[in-house]
Design a protein around this ligand. Structure first.
Ligand code: ATP
Length: 551
């Protein structure tokens, strides 16, 4: 890649045009002729494609006087030929009883097509995970049998415009989310999908419970495995559950941004290309930066702290971070979205946990109050209980947590890290005792925290740091940071870090640095655990793990 400010690459000598002598002039004439012929060929090919796209319409129009009511939309019409009013289209999601007997136009995908004899067909149209049943039935002067045939010949997942009248059937509609039908009068295919899809959306949208039930009844339903889903992610994300997951994810980011902006935080953007080896450690992606050793940022940690030294007071960042994780776990990715916060504090790191508390209660409330339909869509495929959380978030010290685990018979190192199993167990104990699945564990052992973590004033074995858990799994790490450069150097050296490699970071504290603290949140983990999902790949649109770097 070349940046805009740089000169474009110079082609090798033999490829450079030279208009100096006669020989090269005749050569360029030849090249122009060749180019003209190429353009003509391309034009003819486009014309042929256009003719093919419109042929089905023209054949039908000769035979059927109602042919104008259906057919493939010619490509020409979709090349921005005529401006339209997009409010003429109703969203599938908005189709309800209040529109009974009204004429509507919708656009969506042909999810399911079923012929009922030659005179009737059912078409389920899906838009953004919402579905409606459409009835194409022969009607004198309105719907011909050729139109029914045209409907049944559509390939699934093709994009169609449907016009018709809304009706409200007496009984519940099983195969669609909207409880109204459309009596179709016009049907136009905007773009056709290939007839055979690698994944059927109904298969990808099926819950484990349905598959198991069918199995017990002696019927084998298709189960789409994780790898196939991820290989054909563009199809997989069309399921209602996935549409819900990524809308919920978007709302988590919205609330994060809105809440922090309203509290006086400034959104910043720190570099992802870092000289040296980021915060060190093995989990770093190294790269060659035009001859210099560099790496991809493992977090915006150092730069967000430097921005506090730059007097922004309170900052946040939403961006990708990269970790060369080399094991396959249900909660680690090699690239994830980090929601980061850093802020000046007056005296105590509780000023930071107060922000965590209010931010996350606001986020959970917002999802529960405004995103119910998406939560339900997720729950239909992956059933889960709503998250239990308190109006004021529970804060436990690490020592209290260890005590609870020891009381429950768990054997552990009181100054070590909690392993996944202990974290889960503690989550269960906290739920039983305090009735919450969201809590803050603070005063964590210093030995298991990064070098820049401020030790506790009363016991240097512990630190002014915290982790935050949802359903027994970590979503946040945070702490008060060391803002005194000499102290920072001492701690870096004690943790085996060569201070010369982080000199610009340490130097930024030499010109007066305010006391500060902050935290980092893994976006995909928040969504995974809020929705009770079992794998982080479900909440990453195009996940990257140690085996996967495509699509
Ligand atoms: P863990 O102990 O779970 O590996 P960590 O202590 O390494 O996490 P931090 O470096 O403190 O995590 O990162 C802050 C947050 O970023 C974590 O709480 C988690 O939500 C998220 N996170 C960390 N590593 C990953 C990863 N590999 N994939 C997805 N999210 C991650």
């Amino acid at each position: 890649m070349y940046s805009e400010s740089k000169e474009p690459p110079v082609p090798p000598q033999s490829e450079q045009p030279d208009h100096g002598d006669e020989e090269s002039q005749s050569l360029s004439k030849k090249a122009a002729k060749k180019e003209a012929a190429k353009q003509e060929k391309l034009r003819r090919r486009q014309e042929a494609a256009l003719a093919a796209a419109t042929s089905s319409l023209s054949i039908d129009s000769e035979e059927d006087p109602l042919a104008a009511n259906y057919g493939d939309v010619p490509l020409l019409e979709l090349q921005s030929k005529t401006a339209v009013n997009i409010s003429d289209w109703t969203k599938v999601e908005d189709l309800n009883n209040s529109l009974e007997n009204k004429w509507v136009l919708i656009r969506g995908r042909a999810q399911a097509i079923r012929a009922v004899g030659k005179k009737m067909a059912f078409l389920v149209i899906r838009e953004n995970g919402f579905t409606v049943q459409c009835v194409v039935q022969v009607q004198p002067d309105q719907v011909s049998s050729q139109m029914v045939k045209y409907t049944t010949a559509l390939s699934r997942e093709s994009i169609v415009d449907v016009e018709g009248v809304v009706s409200v059937p007496g009984a519940a509609i099983k195969g669609a989310s909207q409880q109204v039908e459309i009596q179709v009068r016009k049907l136009y295919c905007v773009n056709r999908a290939v007839p055979t899809l690698p994944i059927n959306i109904e298969d990808a949208a099926r819950s484990e419970i349905e598959i198991e039930k069918a199995l017990q009844a002696g019927e084998q339903l298709v189960r789409v495995n994780q790898d196939t889903r991820l290989n054909y992610r563009v199809l997989d994300v069309r399921t209602p559950a996935n549409q819900g997951i990524f809308r919920i994810q978007s709302q988590v980011v919205n609330v994060f941004r809105q809440f922090l902006s309203s509290e006086g935080f400034v959104e910043i953007h720190t570099p992802k290309l870092i000289a040296g080896s980021s915060e060190g450690g093995a989990a770093v992606f190294r790269l060659d930066y035009k001859g210099q050793p560099a790496c991809l940022a493992q977090s915006p940690q150092l730069h967000k702290q430097m921005s506090i030294c730059g007097d922004f007071g309170r900052v946040f960042e939403i961006g990708p971070v990269f970790r060369a994780e080399d094991s396959f776990t249900h909660r680690h990715l090699c690239e994830f979205t980090s929601l980061d916060v850093e802020m000046e504090i007056k005296r105590h790191y509780f000023e930071v946990t107060d922000i965590v508390d209010r931010l996350f209660v606001a986020m959970f409330d917002s999802l529960n109050n405004n995103y119910q339909k998406y939560l339900e869509a997720v729950g239909r495929q992956y059933p889960f209980e709503p998250l239990k959380y308190l109006r004021q978030t529970l804060r436990l010290t690490f020592e209290e947590g260890v005590q609870m685990l020891e009381d429950a018979g768990v054997d552990l190192d009181p100054l070590g890290d909690l392993n996944t199993e202990s974290e889960r167990k503690l989550g269960q104990l906290v739920l039983e005792k305090y009735g919450t699945e969201f809590y803050i564990l603070h005063r964590c052992p210093l030995a298991v925290r990064p070098f820049y973590t401020m030790p506790c004033h009363d016991n240097p074995a512990y630190s002014n740091s915290f982790d935050v858990f949802i359903r027994g799994e970590e979503i946040i790490s945070g702490a008060q940071r060391i803002h005194v450069p000499e102290f920072l150097e001492k701690r870096a050296a004690a943790c085996g870090i060569d201070v010369r490699t982080i000199s610009t970071y340490i130097d930024s504290f030499r010109h007066g640095a305010p006391p500060h603290g902050g935290f980092g949140v893994g976006l995909e983990r928040v969504v995974m655990l809020f929705c009770g999902l079992n794998n982080i790949r479900k909440t990453s649109l195009y996940p990257r793990d140690h085996l996967r770097i495509a699509p």
